[in-house]
Design a protein around this ligand. Structure first.
Ligand code: PLP
Length: 391
């Protein structure tokens, strides 16, 4: 019998993160810094809202767009936090995680033959998502010396007549880089000059340290050509609720809705009620719960970053998300070898930088979404390993 699987899917390598995560989950005495989700349990008021939703019998589909009350809160949130104004009726689509919103944006915008620029290293799903939508992902290598940001020069050099869109992944997974208002202002004219669309993945927008997140959609010239992707997984520790959203130009949201209404119908109803509670509570309390989590992450970030510096490694200081991305290129082995040996010899799981594209060679991703106790033990073991490698 012939294979019925498409070449695009058959040829797609499995996620490099999953590989390390799976090894880690089968070992005893392992400390895993490989996960990309908050270690906090979802705040109780949010869990209670989901329970209440089910108890009250809200067990049906919602509007394809998402509940109006949730969409209104999302627009309030985007206005108050990022100074962007959206019409809740036509410019917001509630999705199954930021993941679905990304997939919808790719399928609504990309046609065969289109090139999509993807800063690298970056989140593992962009390249496969672009390929599944029929496009070609073209990496723009971001460098440690540029704080892993996209410079106007690198952007312009990567553009050809086939380029249709740019994915803007900040705060960045895996580097922890952010792009400031002035850095975004520097690339905006290039985006306009070549008439590109922007898919701005802002899922880590709440997790920034020492400066608030700036959304590229807050620039008047960028607003009509940007779809913002965000969600509840990271800021509100709600990964399992699978709740996200897209905010953007009416025609793009309408196109995304068309796909969503045929195949997803709506995001889970109880999750939408939980998301409403999360947003309402935080907006009304000056982001009390989020700020508490952010200050905890910040303590761990400082500890992990300083620990790598003490080991004598070059390490970019992350300013967002919950990852540190130390440079291990001087260790005499590839990132993948380093991570395999680290897991094998010291029972610490980190993710090789190459899981996020070839540009990640020479680095590894360590998540600090883990208890301080775990982090201390893991960093002690990593320091021992590095000492042994240097001998
Ligand atoms: N975007 C980035 C950069 C991520 O790191 C992740 C998850 O790790 C996602 C999107 C997916 O988020 P969600 O859980 O909302 O689907």
């Amino acid at each position: 019998m012939r294979s019925f699987i498409t070449k695009t899917v058959a040829n797609m390598p499995p996620s490099g993160i999953r590989k390390f995560f799976d090894i880690a989950s089968e070992m005893k005495d392992i400390i895993s810094l490989s996960v990309g989700e908050p270690d906090f349990v979802t705040p109780w008021n949010v869990r209670e809202a989901a329970i209440a939703s089910i108890e009250r019998g809200y067990t049906h589909y919602t509007s394809n767009h998402g509940n109006p009350s949730l969409r209104r809160l999302i627009t309030r949130y985007l206005r108050e936090r990022y100074q962007t104004e959206y019409d809740w009726k036509t410019q917001i689509l509630v999705t199954v995680g930021a993941s679905e919103a990304l997939d919808l944006a790719f399928r609504a915008v990309i046609e065969p033959g289109d090139d999509i620029l993807v800063p690298a290293p970056s989140y593992v799903s962009y390249m496969p998502g672009v390929a599944f939508a029929g496009g070609t992902a073209v990496p723009i290598e971001t460098k440690e010396c540029d704080d892993f940001t996209v410079t106007p020069e690198a952007l312009e050099a990567a553009i050809t007549s086939k380029t249709k869109a740019l994915i803007l992944p900040y705060p960045n997974n895996p580097t922890g880089a952010v792009m400031t208002q002035s850095q975004l202002a520097a690339i905006a004219p290039v985006i306009e000059k070549y008439d590109l669309f922007v898919i701005s993945d802002e899922i880590y927008s709440e997790l920034t340290y020492g400066g608030n997140h700036c959304s590229i959609a807050s620039f008047p010239g960028m607003y009509p050509r940007t779809v913002v992707i965000n969600g509840f997984s990271k800021a509100f520790a709600m990964t399992g609720f699978r709740l996200g959203y897209a905010a953007g130009p009416e025609d793009v949201i309408a196109a995304m809705l068309k796909i969503h209404q045929y195949f997803m119908l709506c995001a889970p109803t109880a999750s939408q009620h939980a998301g409403e509670e999360a947003l309402r509570h935080e907006l009304d309390t000056g982001f009390a719960q989020v700020n508490k989590m952010v200050s905890d992450y910040n303590r761990r970030r400082t500890f992990v970053y300083n620990s790598f510096k003490k080991m004598g490694l070059s390490c970019f200081e992350p300013r967002g998300a919950f990852y540190v991305f130390p440079n291990i290129s001087g260790m005499g082995m590839t990132s993948e070898e380093f991570c395999y040996r680290l897991i094998d010899e010291k029972h610490v799981a980190c993710v090789p930088g190459t899981a996020f594209g070839e540009a990640g060679e020479g680095f590894m991703r360590c998540s600090y979404a883990s208890s301080m106790e775990n982090l201390k033990e893991a960093l002690k073991r990593i320091a021992e390993f590095i000492d042994e490698c240097r001998k």
